[in-house]
Design a binder for this molecule. Structure first.
Ligand code: FES
Ligand code: FE2
Length: 423
């Protein structure tokens, strides 16, 4: 087993208001993350039940670097296994999704059922009385590595720890409420978007937890009042500070007040522009809590958004220290009118790799990754917006405390939290 004893991080402050840039670039840290986070004591999102509705349906996904296949069996039960042949390690399922009675590895045709149990080894007894497996070979000892799965309102999570707490306890009351509400009735997948971002994966949860940037980087948000620092808003966490929700209320500030505030704060491009057709930025009120937007991260790899009326689950797959893949699964409710479906699709233009808002995040992350690569060991990110010291919820978007919450839980899981850090 690899010895990670030497992997240390120099946190100069135990409230995580300084983050050493080397944490995004160190391959030893990356290897430890695979063990302690993705294969560690976490629930990772795998896919949505709506993606595998029928018996025999399967979906390939990833937990960190580890390829996983989720299957629905004849009785409707869900199973998942690592997509690595128990013979000599080949990838077994090679299509991204499909329907199958069983799975056969193409290399030497070993056959597995949907649970990942080995069911067939060609020429196990040899041929013409020669060759074959030894007498002691027992198929039962060569099943695939199983992943424990659970479904929360149709969102399928997986873990390598078979004694993990129930998903509701992992989410905690706040995220059980909000994720539960976003999936409180049958959904229909509208489509997928996928992008590769040349940045370390941790920059993505940081970005999603970053309330401050939402209207400074994203001029579209600021201009059309979808998200502004002058609005009634907040950044809340679960009690372990690992999950986060950023939310705001469109219309809780006025265009004039906002323009004045942004200009006073030196944000020059604060003019209120117009659109010929405002349907993309008009929000049909459907959030029972009144929030016009809410964006969540469920630690570590899962994200949910309701931005106006566009709904999505996003997930990340790590691709080494220098990159990750982001998949967006856009959905609508099965009982939505055709008009509402079209409205959600129209608003989906704001998100995804080329979204009027989201495209800027990919670029920002790549900029950070590129420039911090050459930083000296003592160069660090400054995370003080919203206050330093104790980590907690804030009722404002002028706030980065949720990012410190991420680092606090991350460092604790990784086993290198600084002395005196809040747990
Ligand atoms: S590697 Fe899969 S059957 Fe040999
Ligand atoms: Fe953003």
């Amino acid at each position: 087993m690899k010895d990670f004893a030497g992997v240390q991080v120099n946190w100069p402050r135990n409230d995580y208001s300084r983050v050493p840039y080397s944490i995004y670039h160190d391959p030893e840290i990356y290897a430890l993350e695979q063990e302690k986070i993705f294969r560690g004591r976490c629930w990772n999102v795998l896919c949505l039940e709506a993606e595998i509705p029928n018996p025999g349906d399967f979906r390939v996904c990833h937990v960190g670097d580890t390829p996983v296949v989720v299957n629905r069996d004849d009785d409707g039960e869900l199973y998942a296994f690592v997509n690595r042949c128990a013979h000599r390690g080949a990838e077994i399922v090679r299509e991204p999704w499909g329907t199958a009675k069983e799975h056969t590895c193409i290399y030497h045709a070993w056959l597995y059922n949907r649970k990942g149990d080995l069911k067939g080894v060609p020429f196990r007894r040899g041929a013409n009385g020669k060759g074959g497996m030894p007498e002691c070979f027992d198929m039962k000892n060569h099943n695939l590595v199983k992943v424990r799965v659970t479904s929360f309102n149709g969102v399928i999570f997986g873990t390598f720890h078979h004694d993990m707490e129930p998903i509701e306890d992992y989410l905690g009351p706040l995220f059980t409420k909000h994720v539960g509400e976003m999936f409180n009735r049958p959904i229909k997948i509208l489509g997928y978007q996928r992008q590769r971002i040349a940045a370390n994966w941790k920059l993505y949860p940081e970005n999603i937890k970053d309330a401050y940037h939402g209207s400074l980087l994203h001029e579209f948000n600021r201009t059309f009042g979808l998200s502004r620092l002058t609005q009634v808003a907040g950044g809340y966490m679960d009690e372990k500070h690992r999950h986060s929700i950023l939310f705001q209320y469109k219309g809780s500030d006025s265009d004039e007040e906002a323009l004045k505030a942004y200009i006073e704060n030196g944000v020059k491009k604060g003019e209120i522009a117009g659109l010929n057709d405002y349907s993309m930025v008009n929000i049909i009120d459907e959030n029972p809590f009144g929030m016009s937007t809410r964006v969540m991260n469920v630690f570590p790899n899962c994200f949910f958004h309701q931005i106006g009326n566009t709904l999505a689950m996003r997930k990340i797959r790590t691709l080494g220290v220098d990159g990750f893949e982001l998949t967006w699964v856009l959905y609508t409710y099965a009982d939505d009118s055709e008009e509402m479906v079209q409205h959600r699709l129209n608003q989906a233009n704001m998100v995804g790799p080329a979204g009027l808002i989201s495209m800027e995040d990919g670029e920002a992350l790549e900029m950070v990754h590129r420039t911090t690569k050459s930083a000296a060991e003592d160069e660090m990110a400054v995370i003080e917006m919203g206050g330093i010291g104790s980590i907690g919820d804030r009722d404002t978007r002028v706030n980065e405390v949720t990012i410190r919450g991420f680092w606090a839980y991350y460092a604790q899981l990784m086993g290198f939290a600084p002395e005196g850090a809040e747990q």
